[in-house]
Design a protein around this ligand. Structure first.
Ligand SMILES: NC(=O)c1ccc[n+]([C@@H]2O[C@H](COP(=O)([O-])OP(=O)(O)OC[C@H]3O[C@@H](n4cnc5c(N)ncnc54)[C@H](OP(=O)(O)O)[C@@H]3O)[C@@H](O)[C@H]2O)c1
Length: 216
């Protein structure tokens, strides 16, 4: 797939490098002159390239948003037409004071993102764990992969994102429409509070274990 990343920091850089190494055509968007994070991300893989923001988005079928949540409105509004019919993978989380939900749980951050780019197909993914698990999603000794819960309203877009989730080493778990993003954002806060505030290891992920539904 042709993929662009807006934001190449702790989240964007490892995901971009993994997807580039998985033979996708990955371009990092240049949003700021002399960005250190962009330079560090490019150094991760010779398969990564960078281009000016508008150009990177124009060429992509799938665009990852991995920026501070507060930057999204100013960044996305001018891109609304360019993102029409493209998949926008929202990795961002609205975090408020005291590790609370940044939109007071009244609305999902991803729904706000969707309202900024109404013609794009927003899929929330790669948001529920810390970046440590994007650097290395492997857990030896288990015969299941770390689950990556994701949601969105467009089935075709979710199919593409599911493929990218697998390429990054996770098991995709489709949890429904974009309205579910609020609950994924609360899962993120749970993980962040456990790890960043209460000292649990960041190498902590959830797994999906399934049995067939019992016959009625
Ligand atoms: N950190 C985690 O463990 C984690 C895990 C899951 C999801 N998230 C979410 O993912 C998002 C990114 O987190 P992160 O930890 O990767 O942040 P980060 O390391 O600070 O990286 C942010 C990236 O966004 C760029 N950026 C910042 N302001 C921008 C703006 N106004 N316009 C365009 N680009 C801008 C930065 O570029 P410059 O360096 O050039 O400023 C950098 O490349 C956040 O919404 C966060 O809540 C974080």
């Amino acid at each position: 797939m042709k993929i662009a990343f807006i934001g190449a920091g702790q989240v964007g850089a490892p995901l971009a490098a993994r997807l580039a190494e998985a033979a996708h055509e990955v371009t990092l968007a240049e949003t700021k002159e002399g960005s250190d994070s962009l330079a560090r991300a490019l150094a991760r893989s010779t398969r990564l390239t960078s281009r000016p923001l508008l150009d990177a988005v124009q060429r992509a079928d799938v665009v990852f948003l991995a920026t501070p949540f507060g930057a999204n409105a100013a960044l996305l509004e001018p891109l609304a037409e360019r993102l029409a019919d493209k998949v926008l993978v929202d990795c961002t989380n609205p975090v408020g004071p005291g590790l609370s939900h940044g939109l007071k749980s009244e609305r999902a951050g991803s729904e706000l993102v969707q309202s900024l780019v109404p013609k794009a197909h927003v899929v929330k993914a790669f948001s529920i764990y810390g970046f440590e698990n994007f650097e290395d999603p492997t857990y030896d000794g288990y015969d299941v992969r770390a689950a990556m819960l994701f949601c969105g309203d467009d089935a075709g877009s979710k199919q593409r994102v599911a493929t990218l989730i697998m390429d990054c080493g996770f098991e995709p778990v489709d949890v429904g429409g974009l309205a579910q993003a609020l609950h994924l954002e609360h899962m993120t806060l749970l993980w962040v509070r456990m790890v960043r505030a209460h000292g649990a290891s960041p190498h902590l992920v959830w797994a999906a274990l399934r049995r067939p539904r019992p016959a009625p």
